[in-house]
Design a protein. Structure first.
Length: 680
């Protein structure tokens, strides 16, 4: 069996991995005593990491087979079996009845700019609109001087069939996509505008689901859905892109919202529609300006409603086919930052396909207080402090080492030597019993800096100018805490933000994955919003720390205090950020630390029950894990091209009609040589 990693989701393997890891941990705890604790964790954690890597290939193969055998037909180019399509037909028909009951039935104008497109692609695009279950739509198609009689004939044919709903124009000369889209926008009479490329496809439920969410969320200005890349034949290629909710920082780095986007028509007209000179990135520029103007929340419809066709001339296949799109995309982001009064240098990363943004500091003289608590761990602490001194560039900082009841007098001699070597080092004695939250809160009171960085003593800074890269994000008024990419000594990811995991509370995102993995649309390698970040490296402005009351040293003193802190920042209106541009090696923490007790879990469930169930930075169909596996249930309503044609060619969607469609398709393709009937 050929394993293609980009087409794989791994729910079964993940369960197996977690099961083995949990069993090992439970086994270890049966033999752990207080004196044996540090020794045992040094054994168990490496074993778990080895098992994680060993199972990696196995769970890929296992999940690949499950997806291909149970979720989709064995041959993706075949018509899907009746047993697969029957529940989809039932869902579509039920949705059609439900949508009729909604109080608001807006007309949705679908804008389709056209230029020298494959005629079969265009016909399929138009069929995907006219076969929508929601019927209050219109098509506004504009041919940008293709000079192709087949395209003209196609437009005329659809106009004859749908004279009241299909409208088209033909430019006498080529004006490019922005002006062509504006021509279509001028034609639109609907309350909402949907954007559709001339070679892409809508699923039959696309408009109905959009109208459902328009009613459900009180008539928003902007909505977007998930999407699926298909090949030239219209068959699914890679797993669908199940997107997070709208994240402003991530959206600056990449136009991840693009398909299927729906806007209130009055909003687009207010901002002047599409801007000439941004061709190739006109949709990104439009969205950036729209979210700045709208006063309503952007609504994410967590369903795959759009198929983006990848072919040799498509950016879905290779963005380098349209180099001008990269240049115009940089301009669009630059303009957005200027409107937001933020100075930055932007470059396109050809590896991640994201825009890397390097912000200027508003106050280059700001002092950063780096807080490191320590007990009997001078070897790791020395490595940590040395790396801070060598990697911090011209940033101004102080290092506050918190001494918490060490018993060996040699430690205090070590502190004196460290202070002589680095004038920026000072020692703060915390003489009360260990309490992670209280230690940090007490030390923050003593800090002189405008910004704080909480740093684990078992870390080593790897990235140059790491402080600058943290502070450049922490300086913005809407940002709470900023975290880094923490790596195990073998280079695998330990932390890339914290994800909420229902009753398991939280876990490190991307834990155990290669640091350069491109899974989930290269999410790991872009600056983006997260629920929380680990206090092993956490940067924020000092005033924000005290505004939310610091760490909770009463109810969450140890295990999940950083998760609680991140949620408190969010509750105060701030967002937390992960940056991949700061890499730190974290050796297993050798500081004393008590694991979270049952009360802490109870406290979290009582206080944060809603967010624990649905982390807004994760899609509902991303499995409850920390490495962004797609839940295979999300694929059960997926359709390939041959099956979609049934919905395009039939107005009465029922099982019997689908069986007849299958028979005719088999007869047409195989004639009298077909070996069997339509699969059930």
């Amino acid at each position: 069996m050929k394993i293609e990693s980009k087409k794989i989701i791994r729910p079964l393997g993940l369960q197996l991995k977690n099961c083995i890891a949990m069993q090992l941990s439970q086994l270890a705890k049966r033999f752990i005593t207080t004196s044996f604790f540090n020794y045992s964790t040094k054994i168990i954690n490496p074993l778990v990491n080895i098992l994680r890597k060993g199972i990696f290939a196995y769970d890929i193969a296992l999940s690949y087979r499950k997806i291909n055998e149970e979720v989709t037909p064995s041959d993706k180019n075949e018509i899907m079996p009746v047993s697969y399509v029957q529940p989809i037909i039932s869902y579509y028909n039920s949705l059609g009845n439900i949508v009729k009951t909604f109080p608001y039935q807006p007309k949705i104008s679908i804008l389709i700019p056209i230029y020298q497109v494959n005629i079969q692609f265009l016909e399929q695009t138009l069929h995907s609109v006219v076969s929508q279950k929601y019927r209050n739509w219109e098509i506004c198609a504009v041919d940008d001087a293709s000079n192709d009689p087949e395209i003209t004939k196609c437009l005329e044919t659809f106009k004859e069939k749908y004279p009241q709903q299909f409208h088209y124009r033909i430019h006498e000369k080529n004006l490019h996509i922005s002006e062509t889209s504006n021509t279509a926008l001028e034609m639109a009479t609907g309350e909402y505008i949907g954007l559709l490329d001339h070679d892409d496809l809508l699923y039959p439920n696309a408009l109905a689901e959009m109208v459902r969410y328009i009613n459900y969320t009180d008539k928003p200005d902007i909505l977007y859905s998930d999407e699926r890349v298909v090949n030239e034949n219209g068959d699914p290629e890679i797993e669908p892109f199940l997107k997070p909710d709208y994240l402003p920082q991530l959206h600056l780095a990449v136009n991840y919202t693009t398909h299927f986007s729906v806007y209130r028509a009055s909003l687009l007209k207010e901002i002047g529609g599409f801007r000439k000179g941004y061709e190739g990135s006109q949709d990104h520029d439009l969205m950036l300006r729209a979210v700045e103007t709208s006063t309503k929340n952007v609504v994410h419809v967590p369903l795959v409603l759009y198929q983006w066709r990848a072919h040799k001339n498509s950016t879905a296949n290779d963005i380098s086919t349209k180099n001008y799109a990269i240049e115009n995309g940089i301009r669009a982001v630059e303009d957005a930052l200027k409107r937001r009064d933020r100075k930055a240098t932007i470059r396109f990363n050809e590896t991640t396909l994201y825009y890397d943004i390097d912000y200027e500091l508003k106050n280059e003289d700001a002092l950063v207080s780096i807080i490191i608590h320590n007990k009997n761990n001078e070897k790791s602490l020395q490595k940590c402090v040395d790396s801070i001194a060598s990697k911090s560039g011209s940033m101004k900082f102080e290092i506050i080492i918190v001494e918490n009841n060490s018993v060996d007098q040699e430690r205090f001699q070590f502190y004196e030597e460290l202070k002589k070597k680095y004038s920026s080092v000072s020692i703060h004695n915390f003489k009360k019993p260990y309490n992670f939250a209280a230690i940090n809160n007490d030390t923050a009171e003593q800090a002189k800096g405008d910004l704080l960085v909480f740093l684990d003593s078992g870390t080593q800074i790897l990235s140059e100018d790491w402080l600058h890269k943290l502070v450049q994000l922490a300086q913005f008024p809407e940002i709470g805490s900023v975290g880094a990419k923490l790596l195990y000594p073998d280079g695998m990811v330990q932390h890339a933000g914290i994800s909420l995991l229902d009753r398991q509370i939280g876990g490190y995102a991307w834990n155990g994955q290669p640091k350069t993995t491109s899974r989930y649309m290269n999410f790991l390698n872009a600056i983006h919003e997260v629920t929380a970040v680990t206090a092993a490296c956490l940067c924020l402005e000092k005033k924000k720390f005290f505004e939310v009351g610091g760490f909770d040293d009463k109810w969450v003193p140890n295990g999940w205090s950083d998760v609680d802190f991140g949620l408190k920042l969010r509750g105060a209106g701030y967002t937390n950020i992960f940056t991949p541009h700061v890499e730190i090696c974290r050796y297993e923490s050798q500081n004393r630390g008590d694991p979270p007790d049952c009360f802490e879990k109870y406290h979290f469930i009582q206080t944060y029950g809603g967010p624990l169930m649905q982390d807004s930075f994760l899609h509902p169909f991303i499995s409850r894990s920390t490495d962004f596996n797609t839940d295979y249930e999300a694929l059960k309503f997926d359709l390939n091209n041959k099956t979609l044609k049934f919905f395009w060619q039939n107005h009465d969607w029922n099982t019997q009609n689908y069986i007849e469609y299958c028979k005719k398709s088999f007869d047409s393709e195989y004639g009298n040589n077909r070996s069997g009937e339509c699969r059930r």
